[in-house]
Ligand binder design. Structure first.
Ligand code: ASP
Length: 444
């Protein structure tokens, strides 16, 4: 993240003079590399959570503050960057970028669910039925696929912005941005001027938001410490219990997907250096791991894409879209958890046709999953419903589902990290394949 300072620095009309920098008692904090500070926060958080358990829960507001800061800038970032993204692609190129990006997103999500199912079948995570029966049942309504798709089109723009209905906001921002891109190439001077004005306005907002996120990231180490200690204070002992197998299956699935799918795509399909790729990709990975929000991580992903030499007209379109549409980690998690619930309740795994239903539903469900903490657990209901395991209050399915919810925070950390890595990998590969990547940035 130290590299983020590069962005926009060429525009600074007031470069700092050669004054001596005064050291303060807190200077060590800002002098230390941000990534190291975040990692130290993470390790300290685990230790504090496991050692002090409930006694450390007072720290939760410090973590909430970090999440609130990220959420605060989420909507302005999505709106401004998607509008700028769609409007900076020329109408002739728009189709090429969007079709490629969306195909990549859907294909990798389908592979991810399959890896999740394989992990489930291989590890056979399963809870004793007595344990399941004792678990607290919980009933939540799963939205239907038709409803998810219809909800993409907002009936009121103001309402979807206020309600943070990300998918609908994305839909509107894309249409608006595409509209501007047409105005910008209009032969009519008046219309063209209007298009340029709108473009400059939203571009300005996007730049301001990037500056704001840099400031917020200085607080990240403290926020991370608080968030992680609360997760371990409340879930620590359970994680080592019977749900440890679910956790292991998910995390091994996440690792396999990174190595086989993203590693394969970046190294073999796009012919790029993996070492160089992860040098920048690790920043959004870690931020997503601790914040559990793809949307909140968006600014950090954009910074990484910029440092990887990907042009703004591609990443400012594909990353916000991916933060909502592309959820490979969530898809793996859904595969593993569906097998866990089937084994615990039915005592058997899925047939091939049931697995087919899961692949299709989980891929579609990942489109409707908002990039916020815990959203994947709600979409899991949709997948369970589709395969004949509806979560009805007091039923064994509800019990098994409640057990998963108990460790959801931990599973969410891994799946969110994978979700954002997937967005960045697809973006990198599409940019390289379109011959648009700045390869001078890959020399270091
Ligand atoms: N937390 C995930 C994300 O932001 C979504 C999920 O819960 O699966 O990408």
């Amino acid at each position: 993240m130290g590299k983020q300072q590069n962005r926009g620095s060429n525009r600074n009309p007031h470069p700092p003079s050669n004054q001596t920098v005064t050291k303060h008692w807190y200077s060590w904090y800002f002098d230390c590399n941000l990534l190291y500070r975040i990692l130290i926060g993470l390790v300290l958080g685990v230790i504090l959570g496991l050692v002090f358990k409930d006694k450390i829960l007072w720290i939760a507001p410090l973590g909430d503050l970090f999440v609130r800061l990220l959420k605060m800038i989420m909507m302005p970032i999505i709106l401004s960057t998607l509008i700028v993204g769609a409007s900076s692609v020329s109408p002739a190129n728009l189709g090429k970028v969007s079709v490629r990006v969306i195909i990549f997103y859907l294909l990798t999500s389908a592979v991810a669910v399959s890896i999740g199912l394989l992990m489930g079948v291989f590890f056979r995570p399963m809870a004793e039925l007595s344990e399941v029966a004792e678990a607290v049942g919980r009933e939540v309504d799963a939205p239907s696929i038709t409803q998810i798709l219809l909800n993409i089109v907002p009936t009121s723009v103001a309402q979807v912005v206020v309600n943070e209905s990300i998918l609908a906001v994305i839909f509107f921002a894309l249409l608006f941005g595409i509209g501007i891109s047409y105005l910008r190439v209009s032969p009519n001077e008046r219309i063209k001027k209007g298009g340029e004005l709108l473009y400059t306005f939203f571009d300005g907002i996007a730049e301001v938001m990037m500056l704001v996120i840099k400031g917020i990231m200085q607080y990240a180490p403290i926020g991370v410490l608080a968030l992680v200690s609360v997760v371990f204070a409340s879930n620590g002992p359970k994680v080592i219990g019977s749900l440890g197998v679910v956790t292991a299956a998910c995390f091994i699935g996440y690792a396999l997907h990174i190595i086989l799918v993203y590693g394969g795509l970046v190294k073999f399909y796009a012919g790029l250096s993996l070492k160089r790729y992860f040098k920048d990709a690790k920043h959004p990975f870690i931020t997503a791991f601790v914040t559990r929000s793809s949307n909140g991580t968006l600014p950090v992903s954009m910074e990484a894409a910029h440092n990887l030499g990907i042009p703004k007209d591609i990443y400012s379109f594909s990353l916000p879209l991916g933060a909502t549409l592309n959820m490979d980690g969530t898809a793996i998690y859904q595969g593993v958890c569906a097998v866990f619930i089937a084994l615990s309740v039915w005592g058997r795994s899925f047939t091939f046709s049931e697995m087919g239903i899961i692949v299709v539903t989980a891929t579609l469900a990942s489109i409707g999953t908002a990039g916020v903490p815990g959203a994947g657990a709600i979409m899991l209901l949709l997948v369970l419903d589709a395969v004949g395991l509806p979560v009805i209050s007091g039923s064994p399915v509800a019990g098994a589902y409640a057990m998963i919810l108990g460790i959801d925070a931990l599973l969410d950390m891994g799946r969110t990290a994978l979700n954002v890595t997937g967005d960045l990998s697809c973006t990198t590969v599409v940019a390289k394949k379109m011959g648009k990547i700045d390869l001078t940035k890959w020399k270091s």
